[in-house]
Write a protein that binds this ligand. Structure first.
Ligand SMILES: Nc1ncnc2c1ncn2[C@@H]1O[C@H](COP(=O)(O)OP(=O)(O)OP(=O)(O)O)[C@@H](O)[C@H]1O
Ligand SMILES: [Mg+2]
Length: 247
């Protein structure tokens, strides 16, 4: 269900790595149920911005509100926050000695304390949702890259996150596997999962994004609705970038 209050508000965030100013006064709001696609050249700060939202990086200035509370305050427990904010990276890093189902069951059992039968039932449901219902007993090295990435998505969903962060989830995949991961992310968006997706898959953006945000040199330089973006109402700079990734 969509409400008007932002689920996530990034306000004036600043960050350096050494002398390098990697996030410059970044401001971005994401409402419940929205999908935001974040694009921009390599090194522009996309991953760093997502990592700040998940408290994998600290910020120097500004604030980040999630569900109306400032998560950059020192009393916020990162592990607790990460139960509500799932993250999927380019490299899925599943546990190789656990089956697909066991990878998905692990955190609900150890962190949330739910019992094995319940965790297993949920894992099977999630494997159906990511369209690999028959792979529960397969080990990661028996799965394709696209299947492994979908297990990683299911693993994140098992914690019932309120927000999902995807950092180039398809960029390590062979072209024929990109589509299956994109389809799963588009399903999630259609079901109302709030998400920020760093991706250059413009087909996904066209299908699923409510907003498209363009970063360059640590700055958010463009924030457009999907219609504005694909209707050509974008800056020349963003358009040049788009031309590069589309050709
Ligand atoms: N841990 C770190 N220590 C020092 N510098 C870093 C660190 N992580 C990122 N950077 C630098 O911060 C800048 C932003 O990096 P970031 O990874 O956020 O970019 P990106 O937009 O995700 O790029 P890409 O498209 O290549 O993934 C880059 O110049 C990068 O070299
Ligand atoms: Mg990155």
């Amino acid at each position: 269900m969509k409400t008007d209050k932002p689920l996530l508000e990034i306000i004036g965030v600043d960050k350096h790595f050494g002398n390098q100013h990697v996030l410059k006064n970044c401001t971005l709001s994401v409402k419940q149920g929205e999908t935001v696609v974040l694009i921009g050249p390599s090194g522009s700060g996309k991953s760093t911005l997502l990592r700040c939202v998940n408290l994998l990086e600290s910020i120097e200035g500004g604030s980040i509100f999630f569900r109306q509370s400032d998560i950059t305050q020192s009393n916020v427990e990162p592990h607790r926050l990460r139960q509500d904010i799932g993250m999927v990276f380019q490299n899925y890093e599943l546990f190789s000695h656990l089956t697909a189902a066991e990878n998905i069951m692990l955190a609900p059992m150890t962190v949330l304390g739910i019992n094995r039968a319940e965790a297993e039932a949920q894992a099977l449901e999630l494997l159906s949702k990511v369209r690999i219902p028959d792979k529960a007993d397969s080990f990661p090295d028996e799965l394709s890259g696209g299947q492994q990435q979908r297990v990683a998505i299911a693993r994140a969903l098992a914690m019932k996150p309120k927000l999902m962060l995807f950092d180039e989830p398809t960029s390590a995949l062979d072209p024929e596997m990109i589509r299956e991961v994109v389809d799963v992310m588009a399903d999630l968006s259609a079901e109302g999962m709030t998400s920020i997706v760093v991706t250059h898959e413009m087909g996904f953006a066209r299908r699923a994004a409510n907003h498209i945000v363009f970063m360059e040199n640590g700055e958010i330089i463009e924030h457009a609705t999907r219609d504005e973006f694909f209707g050509g109402s974008v800056s020349q700079r963003a358009q040049r970038f788009l031309d590069q990734i589309l050709h």
